[in-house]
Ligand binder design. Structure first.
Ligand code: ADP
Ligand code: MG
Length: 355
């Protein structure tokens, strides 16, 4: 069941030379009960897409549908959508309970029903006893919980969250990531979550849309996005990756030859549905590679630098084409191989690690 759909959504700010294409023909369908994340660098159009869904902006072209019905003619307050912003935007002179009750009273909900909803929301966000406090008497994380409670109090069908955790410090942010996920599961409300933090997107989302320059480049589960990036941008933006320029060789039986820097050739599964020339780029994750002194290797180079991380170690190896290749291996006790800086080594990876 589709909760929200953007169809060819386009937003252009300004005109003529000054025109900014904030969103360029974006189409995406977000399912009910989904934790869906818009991920991309600053300025790629994430907030603009949320504002179109909420109704704060009108699309220049295209359509926004909620539960199958176009809503572009509806003002924000008539859409079953609420938004949580990075700045919590709480009313400072009101108590926590009054902040949560505010929207309900505006909608003419009875006093008894409002009081019951406030209790329900305080329990949901685990602020049970703090209803009487003012926002200034709360920590940043607690204020964020109040903002969430206020946005959920009128039981919206859809909650939009625009970088809600980016003002929190790392420890609190991790804690709130788990809390947000729990609240989404408890309420069953569709969440559209915006972040520029790829790790946050990977750990929290059912599906992710990766955006760049007003376009959606790829939509998929965290595993699909991480393990099968379909573009150089996505491979590079999500996690760390080695991008290697290769010459494409013979194709047969669903396999394709790749000529690697240094001259070795490997066979990889032929990608489906893409037009291939005679050159390409493969992406190889550092953690799917290892170092070797054996002849059984795909690449070779010289160790330029070694960085110890406790659980694993990174080796930065300069290849034949002069580029640096990152190999990351887990540190298991007794498995120390003693590779040194300056040593000539081989790099090994399974061919299914090359995307
Ligand atoms: P993000 O949230 O991904 O950082 P935004 O959606 O805020 O990106 O912005 C996308 C692009 O549109 C940016 O280039 C931004 O400067 C521009 N933009 C956003 N809002 C406006 C506006 N009201 N007027 C003009 N340009 C805007
Ligand atoms: Mg933004």
């Amino acid at each position: 069941q589709v909760a929200v759909e953007a169809k060819g959504a386009t937003k252009i700010f300004g005109t003529g030379e000054e025109a900014v294409h904030a969103l360029d023909n974006v189409s995406v369908a977000i399912r009910e009960n989904e934790f869906f994340t818009l991920l991309g660098p600053s300025g790629c159009g994430k907030t603009t897409l949320l504002r179109l869904i909420a109704g704060f902006e009108l699309p220049s072209a295209g359509d926004i549908l909620l539960a199958g019905e176009s809503v572009v003619h509806l003002p924000p307050y008539q859409r079953p959508v609420n938004t949580v912003f990075q700045s919590y935007a709480l009313f400072p002179h009101m108590t926590v309970a009054q902040n949560i009750a505010f929207g309900l009273e505006m909608r003419g909900i009875s006093k008894a029903e409002t009081a019951a909803r406030v209790e329900e929301m305080l329990a949901l966000v685990r602020l049970g006893k703090l209803g009487g406090r003012k926002p200034s008497q709360l920590s940043g994380g607690q204020q964020q919980r109040v903002a969430l409670a206020r946005a959920l109090a009128n039981h919206p069908k859809l909650l939009l969250l625009d970088e809600p955790l980016s003002a929190l410090d790392l420890k609190l942010r991790k804690e709130m990531q788990i809390e947000l996920k729990r609240i989404q599961l408890d309420t069953g409300i569709t969440f559209i979550f915006v972040t520029h933090d790829q790790e946050e997107a990977l750990t929290m989302s059912d599906r992710i849309a990766v955006m760049s320059h007003g376009k959606i480049l790829q939509i998929g589960t965290p595993t699909e996005i991480y393990e099968h990036p379909t573009s150089r941008f996505v491979a590079d933006f999500i996690g760390e990756t080695n991008l290697i320029d290769v010459a494409l060789g013979a194709r047969s039986n669903g396999q394709m030859g790749l000529k690697l820097p240094g001259g070795r050739e490997i066979a990889v599964p032929l990608p489906q549905g893409v037009a291939l020339g005679d050159k390409g780029t493969v992406a190889i994750r550092p953690e799917r590679t290892s170092l070797t002194r054996d002849a059984d290797r795909q690449l070779a180079g010289k160790i330029e630098n070694i960085v110890y991380f406790g659980t694993d170690t990174s080796y930065f190896v300069t290849l034949a084409d002069g580029k640096t290749f990152h190999v990351r291996v887990q540190n298991r006790e007794g498995a120390r191989m003693g590779f040194d800086k300056g040593e000539e080594v081989g790099i090994r990876f399974a061919t299914d690690a090359a995307q």
